[in-house]
Design a protein around this ligand. Structure first.
Ligand SMILES: *Cc1c(COP(=O)(O)O)cnc(C)c1O
Length: 415
């Protein structure tokens, strides 16, 4: 692991010295202890978001500023330069930390920028395990950006601890977990992987994008770091790209805050505002995503044109028991195969009217996509290839009966 040099003192973008030893860039006053007395919805609406001290504004303002007036050299209110710290970003970071039961939150310009910062904790010749069905962008980042710079990696089925043990090396430093995975919604037992990794001195990172902190809290299950693409459920409205990291580990947080400032892949204040606004309704949105997804799964399971349905809420899903234990609900993502094969699947994807044919996920609009030719096209000729008859749904928040009716008419159409 790298140890950053620590901040220099002359650059205008350096971490601020607030005089009282506090650092406005990270952490929250509603961290693991302070947050415990409030429920999730309360934290989502209030953590890090006290009324604005200067005006009383109830909503955290968009501090659209790059710099901050100083009373005298080095005498300021905790903010010097917005790459280093911005009050709208601080509010988002504190809110996320509270929701994940962390002490430190960090916001980045995208999910992949957040992942890149976490992978920067490693050194050349370190070895990591990644999911055999990792998010494509994560695989590309590891294999084509970090790999050529010396990072060693092995894709593994992380739901199989024997496979994890077989892939383990003396220089394995980190396990990168996704659960549920994309697009087959496989489940990894976070607690079991964390125990195994910690016995061997490695860190566990969980990409919690599909579950969100409302459905799953990886740090409470033993993970060291949580990453998010806030582009998906946290933002929730298909209008902002962003990434977040949460951790309780002060050493990791310090290194990440250094990288956040030194590399500079930070979100602007308006993006932070949009993400904060999305998070306020996360709990009610996730409840509805889960309920409508269950109805969609029921329809698909009984439809003669459908072959297999992948959803962790189904009793026949291999990860069902673990999911029931470590998640509050089973989420809004559903995948299924069309019995008649790829052409029929393409026809279903073409025939829906309400379900928009598009990549991405986790927003108010329902989306349908064909992983083999869309999100997973880059792995089509590899062992990671997905079944060409597979379709993936991101179940949105439209009227459930409208969504069910549209899916039924599209399925009824195919031969
Ligand atoms: C979208 C996504 C990412 C990448 O996030 P961006 O915000 O697009 O950079 C990472 N992990 C998962 C699971 C995702 O769905």
């Amino acid at each position: 692991m790298t140890t950053p040099d620590g901040p220099e003192t002359s650059d205008p973008g350096d971490p601020p010295d607030t005089g009282d030893g506090s650092d406005p860039r990270d952490t929250s006053d509603t961290g693991s202890d302070g947050g415990a007395e409030f429920g999730f919805e309360t934290l989502a609406i209030h953590a890090g978001q006290d009324p604005d001290p200067t005006t009383g504004a109830v909503v955290t303002p968009i501090y659209q500023t790059s710099t901050y007036a100083q009373e005298a050299v080095g005498k300021h209110q905790g903010y010097e330069y917005s790459r280093t710290a911005n009050p709208t970003r601080t509010a988002l970071q504190q809110c996320l930390a509270a929701l994940e039961g962390a002490d430190h939150g960090l916001a980045f310009a995208s999910g992949l920028a957040a992942e890149h910062a976490v992978l920067h904790l490693l050194e050349p010749n370190d070895h990591i395990l990644i999911p055999h069905d990792a998010y494509g962008g994560t695989y590309r980042l590891v294999a084509r950006v970090q790999g050529p710079r010396g990072l060693e990696f092995t894709p593994v089925d992380l739901s199989d601890l024997d496979a994890v043990a077989a892939a383990w090396r003396p220089e394995t430093r980190l396990v990168w977990v996704e659960t549920p995975t994309n697009p087959l919604l496989s489940i990894v037992d976070i607690e079991a992987v964390a125990r195994f990794a910690h016995e061997r001195g490695a860190l566990v990172v969980v990409d919690n994008t599909f579950a969100t902190p409302y459905l799953q809290r990886p740090l409470a299950l033993g993970a060291d770091v949580v990453v998010h693409s806030s582009t998906k459920y946290l933002g929730g409205h298909s209008d902002v790209v962003g990434g977040l990291v949460a951790t309780k580990d002060p050493g990791v947080a310090e290194q990440l805050a250094f990288l956040q400032n030194a590399v500079g892949a930070v979100p602007g204040p308006f993006d932070c505002f949009l993400t904060l606004r999305g998070i306020k309704t996360l709990a009610v949105r996730m409840d509805r995503h889960c309920a409508t997804a269950a109805a969609v799964v029921e329809l698909l399971g009984n439809h003669p044109k459908v072959d297999r349905v992948f959803y962790p809420g189904r009793a026949d899903h291999p990860g069902h028991e673990v999911a029931a234990r470590q998640m509050r609900g089973f989420g809004g993502m559903v995948s299924f195969t069309v019995a008649a094969g790829e052409d029929a699947a393409l026809e279903v994807a073409r025939s829906t009217r309400l379900w928009t044919l598009a990549e991405s996920l986790g927003a108010v609009e329902s989306l349908i996509e064909h992983p083999h030719r869309m999100t997973h096209a880059s792995v089509a000729d590899s062992p990671l290839a997905v079944d060409p008859a597979l379709l993936r749904l991101s179940v949105g928040l439209e009227t459930a009966n409208d969504l069910l009716g549209d899916l039924r008419q599209a399925l009824d159409r195919v031969g």
